[in-house]
Design a protein around this ligand. Sequence first.
Ligand code: DAH
Length: 343
Amino acid sequence: MNLIDALEDLRARFEDALKNSAGADSLDAVRVAFLGRSGDVTAVRRSIGKLPPAERPAAGQRINEAVEKMERALNEAQAKAEAIEVGASLSQRIDVTFPSIPPQQGSIHPMKRVMHDVCAYFERHGFAVVVGPEIEPDYYNFDALNIPPEHPAREGFDSFFLTPNLLLRPHTSPMQIRTMQQHRPPVAVVVPGTCYRRDAVDARHLYQFNQCEGLLVDEGVHMGHLKGMLTGMCRELFGSEQQVRFRPSYFPFTEPSAEVDTTCPLCRGAGGECRMCGGSGWIELGGAGMVHPNVLRNVDYDPDVYSGWAFGFGVERMALVRYDVDDIRRFFENDDAFLEQLA
Ligand code: DAH
């Protein structure tokens, strides 16, 4: 066989072998069989010796070209085989149809959610949401709300004083004054906000807590409007059967004044052994009443023309009831599992 035929024969057998090899291992075998020290190429190279010296360089070059081609083909096949093998091993370990681990997601804190829902309810009824400073002078916190300096009600607020005249607000009512100073009637606002009192911490009390205040002033406003709005709010927050009851009470800034209760959402008013309401069937939400004429005078509203109602409810109290939690402190321990349950 002359050299050209021998190389052609080699090429054909090599391509066959390549085609029939599966995987990196059998490609290695092909490499050894053709290009190895005692492989077929070596045998062809040896045959050069039988050629006349003048033909040898050209023959050597042909063989080298053939070897280069084979090496290139082998390398390509090897790369392909490796890629397939890596893919196969990966797909054994990663089941892409398996449900992924969802990223941890935050949620709105239950306290904020209650505040938001109260505000959303009043906004839908035409009220504006306003917020005010947490540090207030005496004047907004007491005097303008008809609590003059020597009034015993000041004691009841157990306030943190920063200076003799400045305090951390113990209620959101000062925003009634600020709002009425800035706007002529009609005014309709709801005020969510943080308040502070020197209270010992227990299952029902914190020294930092939240209130939602409401204020409506216009001509012809009466207590029936108040009861209607609060009943609607309680039904939205706690369920469609909620009732609201007013118990006579006293606040310097309202006359008449009331404590507001709603049907206990746990026993639905049945009472008995209910641990939420202690058997009364009612849950207290906070205070309310008709804005005192002195308060209206303090902001230059004529009490003979205008009347208004106001209320101030504890947000923590509403959250305890809504989520059936027995200790207010649970809300502020940042216990993910607890908060997730309520999300
Ligand atoms: N500010 C009162 C408190 O924190 C609650 C309150 C009572 C607010 C009657 C009102 C109201 O707006 O009319 O104890």
